[in-house]
Ligand binder design. Structure first.
Ligand SMILES: Cc1cc2nc3c(=O)[nH]c(=O)nc-3n(C[C@H](O)[C@H](O)[C@H](O)COP(=O)(O)O)c2cc1C
Length: 375
C-alpha cells in the first residue's frame, strides 16, 4: 500500500488556509494559566477534542514534545503524553485529519523513530507527518544524562538524524551509513511508509541556521509573527519561501501559530484574555520559560519582556486571534493574504474555544473563500 502524499494527507488538500490544533497532549496546552476549563491530558478529553476537529475538516493535530514542566503553580506542561504513542492513538480514533508526532532528535534513535513513524503512517492510511525538534529546554534534555549541544550543532545533528530516517523510509536496498553521530550497519526498513516518497516533515526553527535546515530538508516551516504585525509577517513569509526556492530549489509550506479567544463582543474577549493572563496566569512558570529561552532583561527592554510574557501566557506567544467570530475570520483572511498556508491554533478554554470556532468562525472562512464548504 503506497500513495503520493496528496492522495491521503489533508496537508496537501485544497483549502487555501489550512488549520491545525497545537498542544493537545500537554497539561494546559499553550495557555500558562490556571483558569478553569484549560486542557488537561486525559484521554477521553483528547479523543473528544481531536474527533471534533476531524469532523470539522481541520488539517492537522500537532503535539508538543515535552518531558518535564516549567515549574510554578501549574508546573506548566509537566503532565504530558508521549508524542508517537499519542499520534498512534489519535490516528486510530480519527478518519481524515493529518496527525503529527513531534520528535526531539537527541533522545530517540533514528531507526526507532523511522519505524514508529511508518507504523503510524499505516495506522492512519497515510495521514502522518513529523515535526523535528532539536531541544532547547536544558532541564528536560539533561534528564537523559547528556548535556545539551551548542545551538548550531543541534541542527548538524538533526540533519544527520533526518538523513538516516529518510534513507530508511526510501531505500529498497540495505545500506551502511558512516556519519559523525550515527553508524548504521545494514540499515533495513520494511514496510515503507504509505506516503511516498515519505511523510511530510516540519521544523519550526526560528534562528538563521534553523531556517536553513527547514528550507533544505523539511516540507513545512513556521514564522513567528511579532505582536500583530501583518506587514512584517508578509515579508518574513516571502523571505522564507525565497530561501527555500532559490537556495534549495524547493517549495515548502509556511505556517504560523496563533491563539483563539472568541467573545460575543471584542471587549468581552479582550477582558477574558486579561483575566486569564493577569489574574490567573502562572507568572512564575512563564519566568522560568523565558529564562530557558534566553529571553530576559538585558536581552529585551523591560516593557517588551513583559509584553512577551503576557503573550506566552495567553497562547505560547502566538498571533492573537481575539474578538468576535467576525473579527477572527477577518484576521485569518489577513494572515492568508500575507501568504501563509496554514495556522496552528490553540485556546485557553480549548474545548469551548474550538466548539465556538467550528460553529461561528469556520462558516465565515468558507464564505470568504479561505476554505471549502464542509457539506
Ligand atoms: C509551532 C512550533 C512548535 C514547536 N514545537 C516544539 C516542541 O514540541 N518541543 C520543543 O522542544 N520545541 C518546539 N518548538 C521550538 C522549535 O523547534 C525551535 O527550537 C524554536 O522555534 C527556536 O528556533 P531555533 O532552534 O532555530 O533557535 C516549536 C516551535 C514552534 C514555532
Amino acid at each position: 500500500m503506497s500513495s503520493a502524499r496528496a492522495a491521503t494527507n489533508p496537508l496537501y488538500g485544497p483549502n487555501k488556509l489550512k488549520l491545525g490544533l497545537f498542544g493537545l497532549n500537554v497539561d494546559n496546552a499553550c495557555a500558562i494559566s490556571s483558569v478553569d476549563g484549560t486542557f488537561h491530558p486525559e484521554w477521553p478529553v483528547v479523543k473528544r477534542i481531536t474527533q471534533m476537529a476531524d469532523k470539522a475538516g481541520l488539517e492537522a493535530l500537532v503535539p508538543v514534545a515535552r518531558w518535564r514542566g516549567f515549574g510554578g503553580k501549574t508546573n506548566f506542561n509537566g503532565a504530558n503524553f508521549e508524542t508517537y504513542t499519542w499520534a498512534a492513538g489519535i490516528g486510530g480514533a480519527t478518519d481524515n485529519i493529518g496527525v503529527f508526532s513531534t520528535s526531539h532528535v537527541p533522545v530517540i534513535h533514528p531507526i526507532v523513530a523511522a519505524k514508529q513513524a511508518t507504523t503510524i503512517d499505516h495506522i492512519t492510511g497515510g495521514r502522518f507527518a513529523l515535526n523535528v525538534v532539536c531541544g532547547w529546554f536544558e532541564p528536560e534534555m539533561e534528564m537523559f544524562g547528556a548535556s545539551i549541544m551548542p545551538h548550531d550543532e543541534r541542527y548538524e545533528y538533526a540533519a544527520e538524524w533526518l538523513d538516516v530516517v529518510k534513507r530508511l523510509w526510501t531505500s529498497e536496498e540495505e545500506f551502511d551509513f558512516e556519519g559523525k553521530y550515527f553508524q548504521i550497519k545494514r540499515g533495513f526498513h520494511q514496510p515503507k511508509p504509505v506516503q511516498r516518497p515519505f511523510p511530510p516533515v516540519m521544523n519550526a526553527g526560528g534562528s538563521g541556521i534553523g531556517r536553513h535546515f527547514a528550507a533544505k530538508y523539511c516540507d513545512m516551516i513556521f514564522v513567528h509573527i511579532k505582536g500583530d504585525q501583518i506587514e512584517a509577517a508578509r515579508k518574513d513569509v516571502a523571505e522564507v519561501r525565497e530561501l527555500a526556492r532559490k537556495e534549495y530549489g524547493r517549495d515548502i509550506q509556511v505556517w504560523a501559530n496563533a491563539y483563539l479567544v472568541i467573545g460575543d463582543t471584542d471587549e468581552e474577549a479582550l477582558k477574558f484574555r486579561d483575566y486569564y493572563v493577569n489574574e490567573k496566569g502562572d507568572w512564575e512558570a512563564v519566568d522560568n520559560l523565558v529564562r530557558s529561552l534566553g529571553i530576559q532583561t538585558g536581552v529585551l527592554p523591560k516593557e517588551m519582556l513583559e509584553a512577551a510574557k503576557y503573550h506566552f501566557i495567553a497562547g505560547w506567544g502566538g498571533y492573537p486571534l481575539v474578538g468576535t467570530a467576525r473579527r477572527i475570520a477577518s484576521e485569518l483572511e489577513k494572515l492568508s493574504g500575507a501568504g501563509l498556508d496554514g495556522i496552528l491554533l490553540s485556546s485557553a478554554r480549548y474545548e469551548e474555544g474550538l466548539t465556538r470556532f467550528i460553529s461561528e468562525v469556520l462558516p465565515l472562512m468558507e464564505q470568504a473563500g479561505l476554505r471549502g464548504s464542509r457539506a
